[in-house]
Design a protein around this ligand. Sequence first.
Ligand SMILES: C[S@@+](CC[C@H](N)C(=O)[O-])C[C@H]1O[C@@H](n2cnc3c(N)ncnc32)[C@H](O)[C@@H]1O
Length: 284
Amino acid sequence: MSALDLFEKTPLAAVQKYWNDRPCNIRHSPKQIGTREYFDEVERRKYMVEPHIPRFAQFEAWRGKKVLEIGCGLGTDTINFARAGAHVTAVDLSEKSLDLARLRARVFGLEDRIRFIQADAEHLAANVPAEPYDLIYSFGVIHHTPHPERVIAQLPPFTKPDTTVKIMVYYRWSWKVLWILARYGKGAFWKLDRLIAANSEAQTGCPVTYVYSRKQGAALLAHAGLRVTKAEVDHIFPYRIRDYVQYRYVRVWYFRWMPRPLFRAFERTAGWHLCLTAAPAARP
Ligand SMILES: C[S@@+](CC[C@H](N)C(=O)[O-])C[C@H]1O[C@@H](n2cnc3c(N)ncnc32)[C@H](O)[C@@H]1O
């Protein structure tokens, strides 16, 4: 059974419930949820564990520009686009995540720079007014919806010839997939797609998680006539989970002994995040 057969009939309500029950990164800080200290710590931890995100997003490059973010979650990247001076439209399916992202924008005095919209990205055009954006950004979202290609097919009304599209989807040929197969599947590769979804996130039981090769990533973006201009693989989570959940950062033994340059090379070859930058195909 292919991943599509497995996930395409998943009710969107199940996806929504999963992310409402535990919005992404909500436990990145033990401080009181909703306070400035809480949000600051969420951001510190996120970019400490995933330093490639600011490199990929290039927040400062979008000053004065219009950014459409699909799947903003708690709004860590959203806030950073707005802080850098962008005008952001941020969409998410999860009301709980959006409530926190809205509160976060208020806490940092950035409400006038961000428009939040609760919507299913598979029906983006029915929920977000059609207008061209300078950047369409989506980090770790599209692989969690039952029909990722439908999200991409929604993008043309939001693009113009010089729009940049930056999308991160999970990478099929990654260390994490191998680790999930070994740890949770005891090598049962025929159950791999199910195992990946169940174990892809901090909270087990994610209803939908697709993974993509570089070629599949390019084919996904082609649903909106987008051409990939850069495809980078990055990010291996190196920490011992029992320490990490206690906010301690102890590497697992095999990564502790791996020289850092070798670890970085490994991340760039077998990382979990396939970071795709794309442009409308007609653009030279
Ligand atoms: C892993 S989180 C990533 C959040 C954020 N981009 C980040 O990096 O922190 C995935 C997000 O995708 C959202 N999502 C999943 N399916 C969606 C859909 N069909 N439409 C809109 N948002 C969706 C979830 O609600 C969740 O907030």
